[in-house]
Design a protein around this ligand. Structure first.
Ligand code: IMP
Ligand code: MG
Length: 188
C-alpha cells in the first residue's frame, strides 16, 4: 500500500495549467485497489443490513466505484462535513451540514471518507454516528496521511497511505476544483 510515482501528463486540460508535482496514484492503480477493497468489504459483512455512508463531497467518486465492487446487498446515503473551506490546511472546525434520513439503528454502517489528515472530521462524525446505535460502525478511507494525527479510530478498510502533501483528483478538491481528474496528483 505504498505510493507509486508515474510520469505526469502536464497536458491534461482538466488541470487548467495548474502546476502538478507528480501523479501519486494513476487510474489503473486506483481501480485495482478499489476492487480489492470491494472484496474485503464483501467478506467482512456476512449478514445484516449494510449502509454505506459517503462523506461528501470528497468521497463521491470513490464511493460510486467502491459500491459496485461489493457483492452483497447494501444501501447508500451521504452526509456532508466540511473543515477546509478554500484553504489547504485544516481549520479544525467540523460542520455537519446534512444528516442522513435513513435510520442507522441496528445497521452495519460503513463510513466512507476520501482522505484522513488531522483525523478531526472522522473523530467528530464517529461520535455523532455512534450515538445513533448502529450494529457496527467502521471506516473506509481512500487515503490516509498517517500523520501523528488525532484520529481516535481504526481505519478498517484503507486504500493507500498518502504522503503528507496536498493532493487532488478522484473526488478530492482544491477550492472545489479538480474533483473530476480521474487520478490523484500532488499539487505544487
Ligand atoms: P481532517 O479532519 O484534517 O482529517 O480532514 C479531512 C478532510 O480534509 C478530508 O475529508 C478532505 O476533504 C480534506 N483534505 C485533507 N487533506 C486533503 C488533501 O490533501 N487534498 C484535498 N483535501 C484534503
Ligand atoms: Mg475538501
Amino acid at each position: 500500500m505504498t505510493c507509486t510515482s508515474v510520469t505526469v501528463s502536464q497536458a491534461d486540460p482538466r488541470l487548467d495549467g495548474r502546476a502538478v508535482d507528480r501523479v501519486l496514484f494513476d487510474e489503473r492503480t486506483i481501480a485495482r485497489r478499489v476492487a480489492e477493497l470491494g472484496t474485503e468489504i464483501t467478506g467482512a459483512y456476512p449478514e445484516g443490513d449494510l449502509l454505506v455512508l459517503g462523506l461528501l463531497k470528497g468521497s463521491f467518486i470513490f464511493l460510486s466505484d467502491l459500491v459496485r465492487q461489493v457483492r452483497r446487498p447494501l444501501q447508500v446515503d451521504f452526509i456532508v462535513a466540511s473543515s477546509y473551506g478554500d484553504a489547504t490546511a485544516s481549520s479544525g472546525t467540523v460542520n455537519l451540514a446534512y444528516d442522513p434520513e435513513t435510520r442507522l439503528e441496528g445497521k452495519n454502517i460503513l463510513l466512507v471518507e476520501d482522505i484522513i489528515d488531522t483525523g478531526r472530521t472522522i473523530n467528530r462524525l464517529m461520535g455523532l454516528l455512534a450515538a445513533r446505535k448502529p450494529r457496527s460502525l467502521e471506516i473506509c478511507a481512500l487515503l490516509d496521511k498517517k500523520l501523528e494525527n488525532e484520529l481516535r479510530h481504526t481505519v478498517r478498510f484503507l486504500g493507500f497511505e498518502c504522503p503528507n502533501e496536498f493532493v487532488v483528483g478522484y473526488g478530492l478538491d482544491h477550492a472545489e476544483n479538480f474533483r473530476h481528474v480521474p487520478y490523484i496528483v500532488s499539487l505544487k
